[in-house]
Write a protein that binds this ligand. Structure first.
Ligand code: SF4
Length: 311
């Protein structure tokens, strides 16, 4: 396994806390150097390019460097639900996951535990594991870190959450998000290209490249329109996108008038109209439903995603 020294004066993410996590000091992500996971298992709620027929091999890590107050995974990202896992245990549980035939290993919110994940990925590659390794992240990553990720990671699945600095500031406390996320994304695309193969049926699951996710927030449609224009200007219409409308208010949304409700169809349609006008060629969208079977409850010890149980 890789040296865990990077935790000693931690600058793994743009927060640059410089705390010694090996001594149990917590930075903004709220996690020490003890790797913690909340859920490992096949997941059927990702885009078909990752879910395929056998599921995506998700590993959800506790804590998060972004800390958006409306986080749909707040139980693990903000409330830190999860269990400590040693590198050997993590490797062993990943072997079990791979034996289930998942199409990829999907590291969810991995940046603050990167030294552990880097070591794990190197071991898996040495063992000849051939499924794609997927970095599923907030978009709030350091551009300087992307090269190290890309040495072992095959697919980047970053969010692009905020084009508006003010919204970033009030949501996760860093107005720099738009520029930081854009710089990181440029590097991801430069190193890995766009997602391929592109097959929305999921028959051919993705092997490498970048797909950008954008969650449309109720009452913040201008942010989404700006994000789309920005992405189009930077990367052109070939950039693979997943425009998500699945937002649900979590308890902390009580402090925000706009985010106290789900997204309305008219709001989502306005965003999708711009997707079409700009000519984006590779786009996942969602059907808006009253109920969602993939809003997680990480207090469920078996599987936090009700939608997975139907599989
Ligand atoms: S990973 Fe955590 S401790 Fe390290 S810089 Fe980021 S928020 Fe701070």
């Amino acid at each position: 396994m890789n040296s865990l020294d990077a935790y000693k004066n931690c600058t793994l993410c743009p927060r640059d806390c410089r705390v010694d996590r090996t001594k149990g000091v917590l930075g903004f992500c709220g996690e020490s150097s003890a790797c913690r996971v909340s859920f490992l298992g096949p997941h059927f709620g990702e885009e078909p390019s990752f879910t395929g027929s056998q599921g995506s091999g998700t590993i959800f890590f506790s804590g998060c460097s972004s800390q958006c107050f409306f986080c749909q995974n707040y139980q693990i990202s903000i409330q830190h639900e999860g269990r400590t896992i040693t590198p050997a245990e993590l490797l062993s549980e990943v072997h079990v996951l791979l034996a289930k035939g998942v199409h990829n290993l999907n590291f969810v919110t991995p940046d603050h535990f990167w030294p552990h994940i880097q070591g794990l990925c190197r071991t898996l590659k040495e063992e000849g594991v051939s499924v794609p390794l997927l970095f599923n992240c907030s978009g709030y990553q350091k551009q300087q870190m992307i090269g190290a990720y890309a040495e072992v990671i095959d697919i980047f699945l970053p969010d692009f959450k905020f084009a508006e600095s003010e919204l970033a500031k009030t949501s996760m406390g860093d107005a720099r998000y738009p520029e930081i996320a854009l710089q990181a994304l440029r590097e991801m695309v430069r190193l890995k290209g766009f997602l391929e193969p592109w097959d929305v049926t999921g028959e051919q699951t993705a092997r490498r490249g970048v797909l950008v996710r954008h969650l449309v927030l109720p009452g913040h449609i201008e942010n989404s329109l700006k994000a789309l224009r920005l992405l189009h200007r930077e990367f052109g219409p070939g950039l693979p996108l997943s425009v998500m409308g699945q937002f649900r208010p979590v308890p902390a949304c009580a402090k925000s008038q706009k985010l106290e409700r789900s997204l309305q169809t008219e709001e989502y349609n306005r965003v999708l109209e711009l997707v079409e006008t700009l000519g984006f060629e590779k786009v996942y969208t969602q059907e808006l439903k009253e109920e969602t079977t993939f809003l997680p409850d990480f207090q469920d010890p078996d599987d936090p995603f009700p939608g997975n149980r139907k599989k």
